[in-house]
Structures are given as structure tokens and as C-alpha cells.
Design a protein around this ligand. Structure first.
Ligand SMILES: [Zn+2]
Length: 369
């Protein structure tokens, strides 16, 4: 059953939330029941034992985990993503654990702001170096503020409150040559509910995780899945998605980002696996609240309808004009020049140079088969 969307509900002084669905979890199976009542509670309500906030920081990751005892932040988005502002808006005043999954700027660029805005009791990262100014600033601040540091490795368990814990299931021995694959991967567990947070891992790490898929905590099957690497096709291979078998997948990326995230292959793999998909670029902030038996999903806004994919080898004259920079004349020319091997091949059309081609690829709707 697809998640059912209701009209947005206005919250005084907070962002607009849309109530999506309530899912009831029993051992090994999930009965999904859709309810249409609006939720009118404070964002930091502890009626639920675990809240996971997928913060819309543009192109990057920042995930806030709240429990009645401890607060954890996994990544802080890019420098201009305002993760610190979001934490302040939901009432966070201190952070017990900050995890930097890996040292790329779209994950640690917002850390200085976090370190300056909140007392941080512990920082965990994979211990791999990076040669950027962003990374140097991050290290200098940890040092200056004397924040206790731990290297995150597979097997580490972080107790967040009596019945909520996080377990690091990757990496065992990260390689500085492959920073995305050095990402710390975490399973959050409360009762029967599991949330898998994958940083920017790529194929190599997916294979390692699939090999280690042999006990409860290390098994990948999860109700909620933070899709790796912003939905890039470097990750989310079919066997990995099948092992995770998510009900709800969350893609964290910026609107019209220059990487073309999320890739249509990733979206297709998630759809084939029967997972619902929410995206920070389209839905804004996404909040999951759970007591371990059921969970509710709230989004800042409804996603606009997505344009369908357009096959430039078969589309009609009218359909071709839904592609950015394609008017009637260029549409006619596309039909004359068929077949096209890829979107890049559109440079054969008059007036389509590298800049317009980049816009077309960013629109992410052109296919050739
Ligand atoms: Zn990233």
C-alpha cells in the first residue's frame, strides 16, 4: 500500500508537517494502517522513544536522532545547510554524540556551526584524513574545544536510552583512498524497528556488508533506509536493496543538484523492491517517530508531481518539448536525428552546447531506451 498524503497542517511557529501514515510492526511482519488524523505535538515530544529527523540541508546529509535520554547527530550537512538552525528550532540545547560519517564537505561542512552552537560530549568519525580546508577546520575545532574523540569501527554499540541503541556495522578497516566507502554505517534499533543509515557508501562497501549479513544486528533488513550517497548510481545495487528490503527509503539531496541525484536507476531499484520513497529535495525535512511497535512519518511538504521520463528515441513532438531548452524546432530536429545513444548525444541538435546539455541532464528526465 502506498503512503497516503493528507493536506499540510500548519503548526504555530514550526514548519508545516504532513501526516503520512502509521505503520504497525510485529515480529517479522508489518501491517500498515493508514490514519488521516493530524498530529499536533511538539517536535521534540518524547511520547515516542525514538525520533529520527532527516534534515533538509540541500545537497548533503544531516540526521538528528532524539531519545528521552540522549541526542545524537549524524553528519551536519554542507556549510550553508543550516543544520544548527534546525536543531535550535526543535529545541536541542546539547548533543551527546556527533558522528561524522566521512570527511566530505557535504557531511562535515556544517560541523563548525554545530560545535560553536552546542556543547558536544563526544565526536565519532572513521579516522580517515582528507586534504581540504573544511576538514582541517573541523579537526582544529575538535582540538580547540577539547571534544572527546572516538574512531568509529564495526561492532561499536552506542546506548541511547534503556531500549534504544545504535550499532556501527561498517567500516572495519577504512581506506583513505576511498572516502565514500570509509563512511560509518549505523543501524538504529528500538524494539522491532530498525533504521539503516548508510552515509555515502558505494558498491565496495555494499559487498562487504552483504558478506557480513549473518546475525540480527549485522543483518541489513530495515524498515527505514537512508539511501546511500544521495541516490547516486554508484550505490543502491539491486542485491543490496533486496537485502535491506525497506518499507520506506529516504533520499537526501539538493533540488536540481548538479550530480543528477537521485539517479533513475536508484529510484527504479527502490520501486522494484516495493519501497516507498521520500526525498529531502522534494519533501523538505522528514521526521520519523516511533515507540518500537509503530511509527509515524511526517514531512515538511508534499512532493510536487514528478515529470515522467522522456525517451528521446520514441517521444512525440509534444512530449519532447517538456525537456528544458527543447522547443518545436529542436523537437522536430531530434525526431530527424534519431536514434540517440545517450542524453550526451543531444549535442548533435542545433543550439545544444555543454551549458544547455548540463541543464537537460540536471532535469534528469531524458532516457534513450
Ligand atoms: Zn555526500
Amino acid at each position: 500500500m502506498a503512503l497516503t498524503y493528507n493536506s499540510p497542517i500548519s503548526f504555530s511557529g514550526k514548519f508545516i508537517l504532513t501526516f503520512l501514515a502509521v505503520l504497525f510492526i510485529c515480529a517479522g511482519c508489518v501491517n500498515r494502517q493508514t490514519e488521516m488524523d493530524g498530529l499536533e505535538k511538539d517536535l521534540v515530544s518524547h511520547e515516542y522513544r525514538l525520533e529520527v529527523h532527516f534534515i533538509d540541508v540541500g545537497q548533503g546529509d544531516a540526521v538528528l536522532v532524539l531519545t528521552p535520554s540522549k541526542t545524537m547527530l549524524i553528519d551536519a550537512g554542507p556549510r550553508d545547510g543550516n543544520a544548527a538552525g534546525y536543531l535550535q528550532s526543535v529545541g536541542v540545547t546539547e548533543i551527546d554524540i556527533v558522528i561524522a560519517t566521512h570527511p566530505h564537505a557535504d557531511h562535515i561542512g556544517g560541523m563548525p556551526d554545530i560545535f560553536r552552537s552546542f556543547p558536544v560530549r563526544e565526536i565519532i568519525d572513521p579516522g580517515v584524513m582528507h586534504s581540504t580546508l573544511t576538514y582541517t577546520r573541523y579537526l582544529e575545532l575538535i582540538d580547540k574545544l577539547d571534544i572527546p574523540y572516538t574512531e568509529g569501527r564495526k561492532g561499536m554499540r552506542i546506548d541511547l536510552c534503556t531500549d534504544v541503541f545504535a550499532e556501527i556495522i561498517h567500516p572495519s578497516c577504512p581506506d583513505e583512498e576511498f572516502l565514500n566507502d570509509a563512511s560509518i554505517v549505523i543501524v538504529l534499533v528500538l524494539g522491532n524497528l530498525r533504521v539503516l543509515l548508510t552515509g555515502d557508501i558505494e558498491r565496495k562497501s555494499e559487498e562487504i556488508l552483504l558478506d557480513g549479513n549473518n546475525d540480527f544486528v549485522a543483518s541489513l533488513q530495515s524498515h527505514i533506509f537512508k539511501v546511500p550517497h544521495h541516490g547516486s548510481p554508484t550505490s543502491s545495487h539491486v542485491d543490496f536493496i533486496e537485502a535491506v528490503n525497506p518499507e520506506l527509503s529516504i533520499i537526501m539531496c539538493g533540488l536540481h543538484n548538479s550530480y543528477g541525484n537521485p539517479h533513475r536507476l536508484t529510484l527504479a531499484a527502490l520501486e522494484a523492491a516495493g519501497s516507498d520513497v521520500l526525498r529531502t529535495d522534494l519533501n523538505g525535512h522528514i521526521v520519523i517517530r516511533t515507540d518500537g511497535e509503530s511509527y509515524v512519518v511526517e514531512v515538511e511538504r508534499d512532493a510536487p508531481p514528478l515529470p515522467s521520463l522522456i525517451n528521446i528515441n520514441t517521444a512525440s513532438l509534444e512530449e519532447l518539448q517538456l525537456i528544458v531548452h527543447i522547443g518545436p524546432e529542436r523537437a522536430k530536429q531530434i525526431i530527424r536525428l534519431r536514434p540517440f545513444e545517450s542524453a550526451d548525444d543531444l549535442v548533435r541538435v542545433d543550439g545544444i552546447g555543454p551549458a544547455r546539455l548540463a541543464d537537460i541532464k540536471r532535469q534528469n528526465i531524458v532516457v534513450t531506451e
